[in-house]
Every structure is written in C-alpha cells, then in structure tokens.
Design a protein around this ligand. Structure first.
Ligand code: UT7
Length: 330
C-alpha cells in the first residue's frame, strides 16, 4: 500500500497567441477546411512566435500551475518535462525551467520523451516519488513547439499539429485513496518508423540533401498510425478502468490526448463513454503532442468539468509507438 496519495494540487496551461486556421492551410497545401474538420475535428491551432522556444511556453504553464496549487517555486522538489521538441538537445527543458522559475534549491530536473504519451509517462514517474514519501511537490510539464518540426508542404501532417504547454503540480496527501490510483505505460518500438523525425539525431546528420528532402521534419504513415491509435487507446482506457474496477458510469471525465476527433470518439465510444464525458479541445489547438493532455486537464478543471472527488482517466498514444493511461481520483 502506498503511504501517501499523489494528488493534482494545481494545473496551468499556456498557448501562443498566433492562430493557424484551416483556411490559412488551404493557401499552403492542397486541402480544404471541410476535409480537415471531417477527418480530424481540427479548425485551428496555435503557433509559437519566432522568439518563443518550448521552455518559454512551459514557463507560463508552470507559473499558472504553481499559482493554482498555492505554493512557491521553492516548494517544488523535482521537475519533469515531457517534450519531443526541447529548446536544444542539452540542457534539458526541465533544467531551463528550474532556472527560469527562479528556484534557488538545486532540485532534480529531467526531460522524458515519450512523444504524445510523454505527459502521462511523466505524471506516472512523478507519482512514484510522491507515494513513496520522497518528495512533496513535483512539477510535471508537457510542452511542445511542433511547428518547428512540421513540414508545411506535407498535407498528411501539417494539418494536425500545434504548439502549447500544460503543467500540473503533483503533491503528497495523507489519504492514499486520493490522487493517482493506477497507470499503464506501454510501447511497441517496432512501430517507430511509422511516426518519426529521421534527421537531427546521431543516426542522420542535417545536410543540405536532408534539408531538401525535409527529413528533419515529422514523417507519418497516417493510416497505419490511425489504426494502431484506435486499438491502443481503447486498450489503455480499458486497463485504466479495470485497474480501479470502474465502469463508464463511475468516471466523471476522460481527458484524452487530442489526437484526432475520430480516434477519440471511436476509443471512448467502445468503452461506453457518452460525448459529454470526454474533454475535447482539438478544434482549437489541434494535436499538441506532450502538451495536449495537461492543456485539456487544466481547461477541464478550471471550467468545472471535473473537480474534487471525481474519477478521471487520462489516456494517450503517440510516436515510439507509445501509449499510456492514468486513473486519478481528484
Ligand atoms: O499524436 C499521434 C500521432 N498522430 C496520429 O495519431 C494521426 C493518426 N492519423 C490520422 O489522424 C489520419 O490518418 C489523418 C488525419 C492523418 C488522415 O486521415 P485519413 O482518414 O486516414 O485519410 P487517408 O490518409 O486515408 O487519406 C484519404 C484521402 C487520400 O486520398 P485518396 O488516396 O483517397 O485519393 C489522401 O491523399 O485523403 C487524402 N488526403 C487529404 N486530402 C485533403 C490526405 N491528407 C489530406 C488533406 N487534405 N490534408
């Protein structure tokens, strides 16, 4: 039995001002607003300003989460940042955040890359430090500037992705029956080539040829990923419910990764969730990868779609291929 509950004591999110609408994309690639809305549910996404890096979005979300948890930056014991678009390969985005938040204690800080599942992976990791009584408050952030790795000549991907950041403070409480009660983490590395950024790491250096082929950008086999996403999100949602003996009646809200409206509808529908029990903001932000679940969670909490005592399930799927779910009693 855990000695402490790992509760979500504060949330925050931030999205950049600039909007990229479907109509804007119609001018860049051969697509249409109708096609994008029908196939994905997306109407617009946010794009970071040229001077904004991932940590700049993350810091805003983190500040809001800290304020909502009513703690001070120096109360934080650990920072975990989920991102596949860090400011640079090193230092980590979490270390940049530690400094930007003005935290004077030399607390631990590290990034996790599990793509769109990264935030749920990070939350589950953070909870281990809390339930075992090691730390009291962990800042968990999901932040992305996907616009920096999206190929705006590829209509199969550029319609999907946007920028943003979300954050939570995970805190210790005396009641182990509150907070994060179960999680499932999964990966199938054999599916990696279905969704990847081929160049820019140690495998493929950036050369003029690579740039000309746009191999430094996100590549995706959309149809294959789609099928896998429906199967795995359904499976992970089922695991999350079974782990706590929950039916869809017990659960107040599912907070899914905003991957594609049709994938979300299919997975949640199979598990018996009506639309009003599923939080959706994909129409406004598109798919923001690691930022998508914490942005949705922050909006859901602030708008009263879920609150103290409610069961919620977060579920995500992404590159790796990875998937994850977390069952939480708020
Ligand atoms: O965060 C996790 C990672 N991402 C995902 O999980 C994304 C998963 N995949 C998807 O969401 C969908 O596969 C897409 C939205 C990317 C594509 O939707 P789809 O319903 O799977 O379309 P499709 O790839 O099967 O293409 C259907 C048709 C094709 O034309 P033909 O061959 O039938 O003539 C495509 O060329 O639609 C065409 N098409 C487009 N048409 C207008 C593909 N992209 C576009 C576009 N606008 N943007």
């Amino acid at each position: 039995m855990p000695r402490f509950g790992a509760i979500i004591s504060g949330t925050g999110s931030y999205v950049p001002e600039k909007r990229l609408t479907n109509q804007d994309l119609e001018k860049l690639v051969e697509t249409s607003n109708d096609w994008i809305v029908q196939r994905t549910g997306i109407r617009e996404r946010r794009i970071a300003a040229s001077e904004q890096a991932t940590s700049d979005l993350a810091i805003e979300a983190a500040r809001r989460a800290i304020e909502s948890a009513r703690i001070k930056p120096d109360d934080i014991d650990l920072i975990i940042a989920a991102t596949l678009t860090p400011d640079m390969s090193t230092p980590s985005t979490a270390c940049i955040l530690q400094s930007a938040l003005g935290i004077k204690r030399h607390i631990g800080a590290f990034d996790i890359n599990a793509a769109c599942s990264g935030f749920v992976y990070s939350l589950s990791t953070a909870s281990q430090f809390i339930v075992n009584g090691i730390y009291k408050h962990v800042l968990v952030v999901g932040a992305e500037t996907l616009s920096r790795i999206v190929d705006y000549t590829d209509r199969g991907t550029c319609i999907l992705f946007g920028d943003g950041a979300g954050a939570v403070i995970l805190s210790a409480c005396d009641d182990p029956e509150r907070g994060l009660q179960a999680f499932e983490l999964g990966a199938d590395g054999a599916g990696g080539p279905l969704l990847n950024v081929p160049a820019g790491g140690s495998r493929m250096a950036i050369t003029p040829e690579v740039l000309a082929r746009h191999d430094h950008c996100l590549k995706m086999s959309g149809r294959e990923v789609y099928k896998f996403a429906v199967t795995q999100m359904t499976h992970s949602l089922q695991q999350a419910m079974q782990a706590c003996s929950l039916t869809s009646e017990h659960v107040r809200l599912v907070v899914p990764h905003q991957v594609n409206q049709r994938i979300i509808d299919s997975a949640t529908g199979k598990m018996g969730f009506p639309a009003e029990k599923v939080y959706i903001n994909i129409d406004r932000y598109g798919n923001t990868s690691g930022a998508s679940v914490p942005i949705a969670l922050d909006e859901a909490m602030r708008s009263g779609r879920c609150g103290a005592g409610d069961w919620i399930i977060m579920v995500a799927f992404g590159a790796g291929l990875t998937w994850a779910s977390a069952t939480v009693r708020l």
